[in-house]
Design a protein around this ligand. Sequence first.
Ligand code: PLP
Length: 402
Amino acid sequence: MHLSTRSIHIGNEKDPLTGAVIPPLYLAATFAPPGEFSEAAFDYSRSGNPTRAGLETTLAALEEGVGALAYASGMAAIHGALMLLKSGDHVIAGTDIYGGTYRILHKILSRVGIETSLVPFDDLEAVEAAIRPTTRMIWAENPGNPLLSLVDIEALAEIAHRHDALLAVDNTFATPVATQPLKLGADIVMHSATKFLGGHSDLLGGALVVRDKALLKELYFIQNATGGVMAPLDCYLCARGIKTLEVRFREQCKSALWIAQFLENHPAVKKVFYPGLPSHPQYDIAQKQLRGLYGAVVSFELKADFLATKRFISATRLFQRAVSVGAVESLIEQPASMSHASYDKADRVKAGIDDGLIRLSIGLEHVQDLIEDLQGAFQHTLNHEAVHTPEVNWDLEAGYFS
Ligand code: PLP
């Protein structure tokens, strides 16, 4: 069964009582067994809830794992996975990771004696060199936030397993439409469901999906003991969002590639970070791993000072200045002061997250309107008049490149 069919039919079975084609939303916190001696399938919503169970079934089907767990946020899911570690353990994470992931590794786990090394994952020899006898987990983002760097998941899994460590992949930016890390050897896939899975900026959620039953059991134990579960209404909204994930993501990727090309051709732009451009240093991995869908996040730097960059970010009208990615509305932000503000400055600079970096999340508006919005910002803040754009047929029915 194809992913789009699974996203609609698995975990979304009709209600056997009424025949409703959409399963009901179970807000109940607690459940009474139906008879004196019978057991209820659910007893308390922290331990299990029918709406959450439906979503978890869908998530497992999308990533082709043995099971999934839905959390209150992406960070709660990351926390759940990191709770597999104990004092004295060591984690290797990529340099290009979400600010909140950096923060939990460096400012929370460090308190209980778990150490983290940040390593650029385009250098597998550096990953090998960073391994210690205590290394228990490698944490990667696919692609990285905010610089859209890539990791060769198969190669990283081989290194992790040779050293008896788990490979966890934050697949928020690629989504299972572009990459299924479990099939490439990862042990844990993590999502901020707040982003593409939900897709409408109206819920907070996270997920872990695994391919090993014992690992699932251990993660479930931790989740039930610590309590960071996704609320039923958020599960319901997420399940609804997932039904359109593939069509949304494909359209967003098309527009993002177009916008990345527009920016790369713009005289006021210094550098564009997007895996779909042949100029991306890991374009070969993009070809191998992303199924021709390079994501809907584009980052770039202007040939301008910091103040002009700030003005640019406030000058767009359709792109709203806000953190987050993956929803139907396009967003613009400055990672250094927004999504990645929790980095220590030295680590941020070392990771290459410049003050002048701008991150775009491409939504589902018409791509011509989005490009005109960016053109307006160039004109307004940098005094760039009409800018060269390639001959475009804006008729989306006919395709972007016709
Ligand atoms: N992982 C990535 C790649 C993210 O971009 C984010 C949030 O922006 C998270 C994890 C954390 O997710 P949440 O905000 O749902 O806690």
